[in-house]
Design a protein around this ligand. Structure first.
Ligand code: SF4
Length: 704
């Protein structure tokens, strides 16, 4: 139990902004949550989601309280002990591994796991089971940015820090709605603009969102035309002489091909493709050219695309050709979606990574990690990524999947396919906090997990800032922390090296494995993190200092130490609209909900802002198909359908419709679920799904 009326430090468990919170435990073991005034990220502020965190903690009515299991698919689940649940799971996993090989099992985890949890899952499957079948829902979030950073800068390394916001005089925000999705970060932008009205804000988005409120220029482009637009801006920057030739010559390569590429289209052609005015492209380039500090910020609009990596590369190029990287107020800044997506990548928690940003394809790296872990030979075969896992369940290559801390039936594209895959799976383990998660209905084993405030560990936010989260209250029932569950299972499998005395031992092991890498945090422990109230990697043990900004010496992590200016094609590979499916569907978020609502859906205050799913449609489109505002419509793609109310609005472009992604199965009805109809195309390099573009038809719902 915990001390009464004590204030504990923690970090908000929602988005990648990573706001600090003070959690007070009251006598009756309930908590209150306020913003941490001393925290460098939020300085005491919280957004609507963060402000209501206490309700998600205090309401345990939806919690899974004890392990459950069924002995075959026809039998109901029944309560069992931890020993029984994990003994059986270990026996089933061993059988599949012996019979079909280690690649017959997989773990599908989450950007909301703590770093220690990610670390032990990754160690278990890569280092001991001998498969790289571990992926997370971060694959749906920013794997395109990760790939593009690696290609152009040599490593998945966000070069900037939040303090660069106040030092920038031009902010280019594209494929993002931070006013709703990264609210506290956006408040810093708003305050900066209010104090310095001369600062230019350029927003690129097919929708008019709240983020556009402070824009000097909104480029309302056609969906999917981001690369064409970025190239066109690059062209005008070159024409205007607003590029940094010294930086390009000394610190970058690939400029000549890039220059050739961006001059292939005239500005008028690009403007037509993008659906924006030529003059506004010129204006954007003028703002960028005049800036001393130029910050590009982006998220899902660029990442969640079948050409997500190319979109990212085309944007990073704007920073590279202007030399706006590695200096105050400048840099390409991918806004992390989830609270610990960055931490997950630090420990190598994706199908193609090894700890500390090491490469799975590199034999030396594999040997190094294998020696450190003392387990089995690490396979050189890349593991299955998020959508590939469900394809492999479908065609029988994968026999068992262990899903933790994520809700794939609501969050993965093409939900009907995911449903079929889970039905076909031979063995499904769901390790979860809440009993509302849809995949539970397909589980053979259910393992109750501890939630935020009930376990100790660390997370890393968008700006590489690591924070320590205290265990503040006990988990209800028999729920255990994710790391404890995984270590117990590993021991049942007979593996050595999973008998940690506490979470800090896991953290120290992870930190040690980062030594001599670019994310070095060797020597960092919980005491130091608490003492400094967060630190940014890489960390210097001698000075006890973190690192605000990367590449200040303009030496990049590529073999040549130069940044690479790529020349990505602007061809789009999405499912294009046609006569039968004439609209482009794009999906996104609403202000007060998070992901699939297993937390925010519990808070009545948060449900007030947007009560149900809806379809945004332009008035001219609505009129053409005789739809009125608030009427129920059927939105259909080649994969399924959704039935929601129409929201007729001029904030969306003609020919484009928008659905929020949060709603899943509610009271047995799954017709609100946007992913019933989204496309299962993925980017060939990042394997990130194309959530922002597919062809749909819309018609009035007529009661049968
Ligand atoms: Fe939490 Fe993100 Fe809101 Fe901060 S901005 S309070 S981290 S949801």
């Amino acid at each position: 139990s915990v001390e009464k009326d004590k204030i504990f430090k923690s970090t908000c468990c929602y988005c990648g902004v990573g706001c600090g919170v003070d959690v007070t435990v009251k006598k009756n073991n309930t908590v209150t949550v306020v913003g941490d005034k001393d925290h460098p990220v939020n300085r005491g502020m919280l957004c609507s989601k963060g402000m209501n965190l206490q309700y998600t903690v205090n309401d345990v009515s939806d919690r899974l309280l004890y392990p459950q299991m069924r002995y075959n698919k026809n039998l109901p689940l029944q309560r069992v002990s931890w020993d029984d649940a994990l003994n059986r799971t270990a026996a089933v996993f061993k059988t599949f591994i012996d019979k079909y090989g280690p690649d017959s099992v997989a773990f599908y985890a989450s950007g909301q796991c703590l770093t220690e949890e990610y670390y032990v899952i990754n160690k278990l499957i890569k280092g001991f089971i001998g498969s790289n079948n571990i992926d997370t829902n971060s694959r749906l979030c920013m794997s395109s940015a990760v790939t593009a950073y690696k290609m152009s800068l040599g490593e998945d390394s966000v070069p900037v820090c939040y303090d660069d916001i106040e030092l920038a005089d031009c902010l280019f925000v594209t494929g993002a709605n931070p006013a709703w999705c990264h609210p506290i970060l956006w408040r810093r932008v708003e305050a900066h603009k209010a104090a310095h009205p001369e600062v230019k804000i350029i927003i690129v988005d097919p929708r008019i969102t709240d983020t556009c409120g402070i824009a000097d220029l909104h480029l309302q482009l056609n969906p999917g035309t981001d690369i064409t637009l970025n190239h066109a801006i690059g062209r005008v920057l070159i024409e205007n002489g607003a590029i940094d030739l010294e930086f390009i010559t000394l610190h970058a390569e690939g400029f000549d091909s890039y220059r050739e590429l961006v001059f292939e289209r005239t500005l008028a052609e690009s403007a037509l493709i993008c659906g924006v005015d030529e003059e506004n492209i010129r204006l954007a380039a003028t703002y960028i050219g005049a800036a001393k500090g130029f910050l590009t910020m982006w998220t899902m609009g660029l990442n969640q695309s079948s050409v997500g990596v190319n979109k990212n590369l085309s944007l990073i190029n704007l920073n590279l050709i202007t030399g706006h990287i590695g200096k105050p107020g400048s840099g390409p800044f991918s806004l992390t979606g989830q609270p610990n997506a960055m931490g997950g990548r630090e420990v190598g928690g994706l199908a193609n990574l090894l700890p500390a940003h090491r490469d799975l394809a590199n034999e030396e790296h594999r040997k190094e990690v294998q020696k450190f872990w003392g387990g089995t030979t690490i396979s050189d075969k890349a593991g299955l990524t998020a959508t590939e896992m469900f394809e492999a369940l479908h065609d029988g290559r994968l026999k068992a999947i262990w899903i933790l801390c994520t809700n794939p039936l609501t969050s993965l594209p093409n939900s009907r396919f995911v449903e079929e895959a889970l039905k076909k799976a031979k063995f499904v383990v769901v390790q979860e906090v809440s009993n509302t998660v849809e995949s539970l209905q397909y589980a053979d084993v259910i393992l109750p997990a501890a939630a935020w405030t009930e376990k100790e560990g660390t997370m890393t936010n968008s700006e590489r800032r690591i924070s320590h989260l205290n265990k503040i209250i006990d988990a209800p029932g028999e729920a255990l922390s994710d790391a404890e569950i995984i270590c117990m299972f590993a021991r049942k499998m007979g593996y050595k090296g999973f008998d940690y005395a506490n979470m800090e031992e896991i953290y120290k092991e992870h930190a040690k494995l980062t030594s001599k890498t670019n994310i070095n945090i060797n020597g960092l422990d919980y005491k130091l993190l608490q003492k400094h109230n967060t630190l940014q990697w890489p960390f210097n043990k001698k000075t006890e200092m973190g690192t605000k900004r990367l590449f200040t010496n303009h030496l990049f992590y590529t073999p040549s130490k130069k940044a690479v200016i790529y020349s990505p094609s602007d061809q789009l590979n999405s499912e294009m609209p046609d006569q039968d499916y004439p609209f482009i569907l794009t999906t996104g978020r609403v202000r007060d909900h998070w992901h699939t609502m297993s937390k925010t859906g519990k808070v009545s205050k948060l449900k007030q802002h947007t009560k149900e799913a809806f379809l945004e449609i332009h008035p001219e489109d609505a009129e053409a198909i005789k739809i009125e505002d608030n009427q129920i419509v059927i939105v259909r793609s080649r994969r399924g359908e959704v039935q929601v109310r129409a929201k007729v609005t001029t904030t969306i472009k003609k020919g484009v419709v928008f659905l929020p992604m949060h709603w899943g199965k509610i009271l047995g009805n799954d017709l609100n679920r946007a992913n019933n109809i989204t496309s299962n195309l993925i980017d060939p390099l990042s394997k990130e799904p194309d959530f922002k573009f597919c062809a749909v038809q819309v018609e009035k719902f007529i009661k049968p």
